[in-house]
Design a protein around this ligand. Structure first.
Ligand code: FE
Ligand code: CA
Length: 526
């Protein structure tokens, strides 16, 4: 969600020029001949972008790093392939090493490495690092194996983050989050921003990225942030993206400014590849010409099923988009397309997959990691008629009804949506029929605020609350995240805020606490 558009003619010209020369990202991935490995001499410390782990399963997890002595100079890693040693230990001092291996960091993937560590016992903490033979070692990161599926798990603490505009603030929220010591960080998108607006406290590396190397630079800039690195090293992450990883408000192959879809596909492929290169993702996510699969399920014992969904790659074009407004806008009920049965936010295949997660989940909680607001947000236009924001689930009311019907039909236990995008805290009852306040609550939605990105105008949105009785809480004035404690009887959500993002300081606290009782959808103030 971005309210200001800063496109002008010069930018359009620049885009056209850059798109003409953009490389097809996935073509490079097909290459499987590795040039011989040399013992590289780096100009500087090669692990400057830190380490990360992700996607814990019951016998392993993904570990990630990228060799980048100078992240903005592609020649700073001299060889096409560099052997990187990875090590997993039982202790943070890396004394009791339980697994060690070698992996090639290849130029085709910006010398990023993703290792899927397997074969470890379930439900145990591990530490990991990377090394160059006879040379530097990375920082040590922490990961863990998930408990066996179905094994008793009494508690899981996870943090929910989204929307971290680099220019709009320092990532203080991550310092506070690390102090809260979550076992898992769930990121719901807008991990990078492609564009600039607002009042910057620091600057992006350049103008809006279009090519693979420009998206790589943008990711590298974010990854250089000390607070973000600390949060990645602290515990495994589950990630999905929203729009700004590519372009504001894009919809599958439709861009906000009506770029030619074939040209936009190339841009999107570049953005997706750079995202893959910088995230601790499984092999299934390796980008292909057709796209990149990041929706996935993660199961933690018998306590939590996570379904991380992809709200961007497969969605139908925004309802009633116009030449002037190709992205999100508020439309009225006169937009008949809005109610078309054939429209989908997830795409048919992913919708079926999500229904399958609802059917199969045997966990106490089923958490859907969701890009944009799921709950109905009824707003009145200037003319006083009903209006709907087309870029979130309000732009896909029939698709939302199908998801709600699937939750009811499958009797999935305790569904909870955790949501990003809107730069504000919301606690919502998901109603079987949002039009009827007396209708049963079938799920709960917790919307986290942004790590830094400027909040939506408080007065404008606070005024909508009387027309939306299923909304229990709203505040857009704070930056922060949600700290969730899932237990067998209840899931508590602490809406955590930082006092300031315009200076580097880690003071903040709890704005409000809510609890969802197992078996009783809907959060109540704790
Ligand atoms: Fe955002
Ligand atoms: Ca967004």
């Amino acid at each position: 969600m971005k309210r200001a558009s800063n496109l002008n003619r010069r930018m359009l010209l620049r885009r056209a020029a850059a798109l003409a020369s953009v490389s097809v990202a996935s073509a490079a991935l097909g290459a499987c001949e590795w040039p011989s490995t040399s013992r590289p001499k780096f100009s500087a410390y090669p692990f400057a972008l830190g380490v990360a782990s992700g996607d814990p399963v019951n016998d392993g997890f993904v570990i990630w790093t990228r060799l980048a002595p100078d992240p903005f100079d592609r020649t700073s890693v001299p060889a096409d392939a560099v052997t990187v040693i990875w090590e997993v230990a039982r202790d943070p001092r890396m004394e009791g090493i339980v697994q060690r291996g070698e992996v090639q960091a290849r130029r085709a993937l910006a010398h990023a490495v993703h290792v899927e560590v397997r074969g470890l016992p379930p439900g145990a903490p591990y530490w990991y690092r990377f090394r160059i033979a006879g040379g530097d070692a990375s920082a040590v990161g922490q990961a863990w194996t998930a408990p066996a599926i179905g094994a008793t798990l009494d508690a899981l603490r996870f943090a929910v983050a989204s929307c971290q505009h680099y220019e709009q603030g320092y990532f203080n929220a991550y310092d506070l989050m690390v102090k809260d010591d979550p076992r898992l960080i769930v990121h719901l998108g807008d991990y990078i921003y492609e564009s600039s607006w607002g009042d910057p406290v620091r600057r992006h590396d350049g103008p809006e990225p279009l090519s693979l190397s420009e998206y790589r630079d943008r990711h590298a800039l974010y990854k250089l942030d000390r607070s973000l690195q600390a949060a990645h090293a602290h515990c495994p992450w589950l990630v999905t993206w929203d729009d700004h990883e590519v372009d504001n408000d894009y919809q599958a192959l439709e861009s906000e400014d009506w770029q030619d879809p074939a040209a936009f596909l190339k841009r999107r492929a570049a953005a997706y590849q750079a995202y893959y290169e910088h995230m601790p993702l499984r092999r299934i996510a390796i980008p292909r010409a057709s796209g990149m699969q990041i929706y996935q399920r993660s199961v933690f014992g018998d306590l939590v099923d996570f379904a991380m969904i992809d709200n961007r790659q497969y969605r139908s074009p925004a309802a009633c988009r116009t030449k002037e407004k190709g992205g999100g806008q508020v439309v009225t009920a006169e937009c008949k397309e809005l109610f078309d049965d054939g429209r989908s936010l997830l795409g048919a295949e992913q919708e079926r997959w999500l229904n399958g997660v609802f059917s199969r989940s045997k966990s106490v909680w089923t958490v859907v990691g969701n890009g944009e607001m799921f709950s109905r947000l009824f707003q009145k236009t200037k003319e006083g008629v009903e209006g709907w924001w087309t870029d979130d689930w309000n732009g896909f009311p029939t698709a939302r009804e199908r998801i709600i019907a699937a939750m009811t039909r499958t009797k999935v236990a305790n569904p909870v949506f955790v949501t990003g995008d809107i730069h504000s805290f919301w606690v919502n009852d998901v109603k079987q029929d949002f039009r009827d306040p007396a209708s049963p609550t079938v799920a709960t939605e917790l919307v986290g605020t942004s790590i830094t990105s400027a909040g939506v105008p408080y007065d404008v949105f606070a005024k909508l609350l009387p027309d939306n009785p299923h909304i229990k809480f709203f505040d857009s004035r704070k930056r922060g995240y949600i700290l969730c404690d899932a237990g067998r009887r209840a899931l508590t959500a602490d809406l955590r805020f930082v006092e300031d993002v315009r200076t580097v300081k880690t003071t903040g606290g709890s704005l409000a606490k809510f609890a969802i009782e197992a078996g009783k959808p809907g959060a109540v103030k704790a």
